[in-house]
Write a protein that binds this ligand. Structure first.
Ligand SMILES: [Zn+2]
Ligand SMILES: [Zn+2]
Length: 199
């Protein structure tokens, strides 16, 4: 799959953003502007000005629209959602080498509000995934009590669980049990002929 480092970073940011919602993880992790500011700093988003209460509401609404892309039933449906997101954000591609980074693309319009900034960057990253024919990599965690999303960038598209500690552990426990079972089966098979012959 041809996906650039920038696209991968934008997808990481998007997953991080979507998994802050109460719907994804059980509690709202962006409850106020301070939490939103922390998110901006943590994801190293550039050119973000002072945040206002309207930004928080706009980002919350944006999460719902992006979740819909992950839940879309077809590539066509996902493409329409992405087109709308990207158009509404006033997406403006331009080259930049800010802060000592190599030349790369920014898609958000100069001076864009935070929600538009996020919509442009993450919307374009999703567009590249769709163009690559890789919509199946946009996943929801398979743990029954988890609604976090993730982008499966594994080579064989085999990832089933999100990055959260509980789900990651669950995966390890399941793999461990499966190994134990197959080891036990092997032992049974090895013992069976002897058992059958012994009195
Ligand atoms: Zn940049
Ligand atoms: Zn999970």
């Amino acid at each position: 799959m041809l996906i650039t480092h920038d696209t991968e970073c934008a997808l990481g940011m998007l997953v991080d953003l979507l998994n802050t919602s109460a719907e994804a993880c059980g509690q709202e992790e962006l409850p106020d502007l301070a939490a939103l500011r922390d998110f901006v700093v943590r994801r190293e988003l550039s050119e973000v000005g002072p945040l206002e209460p309207g930004d928080l509401a706009a980002v919350h609404a944006l999460r719902d629209r992006f979740r819909a892309v992950f839940a879309a039933p077809s590539t066509r449906a996902a493409a329409e959602l992405v087109n709308t997101l990207v158009a509404k954000a006033g997406t403006t591609p331009r080259l930049t080498d800010h802060d000592g980074h190599d030349w790369h693309m920014h898609y958000f319009a100069p001076g864009a509000a935070l929600a538009d900034h996020l919509a442009a960057e993450a919307g374009m990253a999703l567009a590249f995934i769709l163009v690559a024919g890789e919509r199946e990599r946009l996943r929801r965690c398979e743990a029954p009590d988890c609604a976090r999303v993730f982008v499966d960038l594994s080579r064989n598209r085999s990832r089933r669980y999100c990055d959260s500690r509980t789900c990651g552990n669950r995966l390890h426990v399941a793999a461990y049990r499966a190994r134990q079972r197959s080891a036990a089966d092997t032992q049974d098979a090895a013992l069976a002929p002897q058992g059958a012959g012994a009195r």
